[in-house]
Design a protein around this ligand. Structure first.
Ligand SMILES: [Mn+2]
Length: 442
């Protein structure tokens, strides 16, 4: 893999340089200093939160765990990296940076801010024309930069980030390959009767990652927990092997700072739940096949609602004519979240509502407030396709309160409730022949 990344990275960097130069021209600045980030202390404490690097920094180079670093982008110049290399006896002494990307940068190792300032002064700019990308704007001022995260520039960069280079697609593919090992181990643990907690440990052991290295907190839900969209616990209780059981796992992996985001469901001993998984998978695959350039993502979301309604009818979870059911929007009671989102450095990659490079936003339709992407798809964007169908009693009650209770088949809903729900999620590269990365890895 390292050699593939090495092969693809120069084109990625060339593309970024072109994007940055055009954005700098349009926004009248001559250089950009991108900060990796500053670690954050817990309140009244001397422990830090896990470090999460500035995604704009990670876009340029796969350095994800190094605070106090800076990348300087100047028109027509090789990018410059100011790499934090302090003498720190509390931790393993840091090493000079290594990797396939290093030759593409002029690298200065700096022990402290004074050294950064001194080295940075070699790169002349009138400070009004240099801009800062990073959270720590106080630090920007210390380095003589008064313009931080200017909106116009950020819009241009965020718009460009939606479309991935071949290097980025390779990173996302490898993130799927790593996640596959975890998903396989978790399925085995579940089938063997392990608890949610043990299943989580089996996933982490298989991907060889610490929880703080994961792109997001794994969702490992058995039974009714699978209907909690962002279920946040790992139950320790053992499974009752005499009872049928359901399992929803939403878990990814990182590669070079890029995330995978995969959901699968598994049944142990419930033909009903297995047939629901199979039907949802079929519906999900049919929408994955539509992830093509020129397609409006919101249209795919609406198409998915129509397919979820078909499933609700097929599994007799609802009563009534299709027209009446559609008019009541009852599919939203079972499938309340969006079809998916942009995927990249951020799991919910930025810019899902952004329609152009100057930052025109198209918010989701009122009836679908959680839709995270309203874009017209372009080749080499990467999106998740993640329909779901769950028993969420608070939502069903809303439909009952609005006079649609007669449309709900309570007997069938009672049967599904202890099994929770299903979601199937894949990471799809937009193309005339859409590429589903997890299936590619499998
Ligand atoms: Mn997702």
């Amino acid at each position: 893999m390292a050699s593939l990344f090495a092969t693809l990275y120069p084109n990625h960097l060339e593309r970024l340089t072109d994007i940055a130069e055009k954005a700098m021209h349009a926004e009248q600045c001559d250089s950009i200093l991108i900060h990796s980030g500053t670690p954050k202390l817990h309140f009244l404490d001397d422990y830090h939160s896990p470090f999460k690097a500035n995604p704009h920094f990670v876009w340029w180079l796969p350095v994800t765990q190094s605070p106090h670093c800076y990348v300087l982008i100047q028109e027509g110049q090789k990018p410059v990296l100011f790499y934090h290399l302090a003498d720190d006896f509390w931790h393993v002494p840091p090493q000079p940076p290594q990797g396939f990307w290093c030759d593409s940068f002029d690298i200065h190792c700096c022990a402290n801010l004074a050294e950064v300032k001194q080295k940075l002064s070699q790169y002349r700019s009138t400070s009004t024309h240099r801009v800062w990308i990073g959270e720590d704007t106080k630090l920007a001022k210390e380095l003589g930069i008064n313009t931080a995260n200017p909106e116009g520039l950020m819009h241009r960069l965020h718009y460009a980030r939606a479309v991935k280079s071949q290097y980025e697609i390779a990173c996302l593919t490898q993130a799927n390959v790593i996640a596959l090992a975890g998903h396989t181990a978790a399925e085995q643990a579940f089938m063997a009767g392990k608890s949610e907690f043990e299943t989580q440990l089996a996933y982490l052991a298989a991907v060889q990652l610490d929880p703080v290295e994961m792109p997001y907190r794994n969702i490992i839900g058995f039974g009714a927990h699978s209907a909690v969209l962002h279920y946040q616990h790992y139950d320790h209780s053992p499974q009752n092997m005499q009872q049928p059981q359901s399992f929803l796992i939403d878990a990814g992996a990182p590669c070079n700072g890029y995330a995978s985001d995969i959901t699968r469901c598994h049944s142990r001993g419930s033909p009903f739940y297995q047939s629901l998984i199979d039907a949802m998978t079929k519906a999900q695959l049919s929408v994955c096949a539509m992830v093509k350039p020129g397609v409006n993502f919101a249209d795919l979301h609406h198409q998915m609602h129509s397919l979820v309604l078909d499933l609700l009818i097929e599994f007799k979870l609802v009563n009534g004519s299709r027209d009446e059911l559609a008019a009541s929007r009852i599919s939203s009671a079972f499938f309340p979240h969006g079809l998916g989102h942009l995927l990249g450095i951020q799991v919910h990659d930025i810019g899902g509502w952004q329609q152009d490079q100057v930052g025109t936003m198209l918010h989701p339709p009122k009836d679908h407030p959680f839709l995270r992407c309203t874009k017209v798809l372009e080749k080499d964007m990467v999106v998740t396709i993640e329909p779901g169908l769950y028993v969420i009693d608070s939502l069903l009650q809303k439909w009952r309160d609005n006079g649609f209770g007669h449309l709900l088949n309570n007997l069938a809903i009672d049967q599904l409730r202890p099994l929770g729900g299903v979601r199937v999620e894949d990471n799809v590269v937009v193309a005339e022949q859409p590429i589903s990365l997890f299936n590619l890895a499998s």
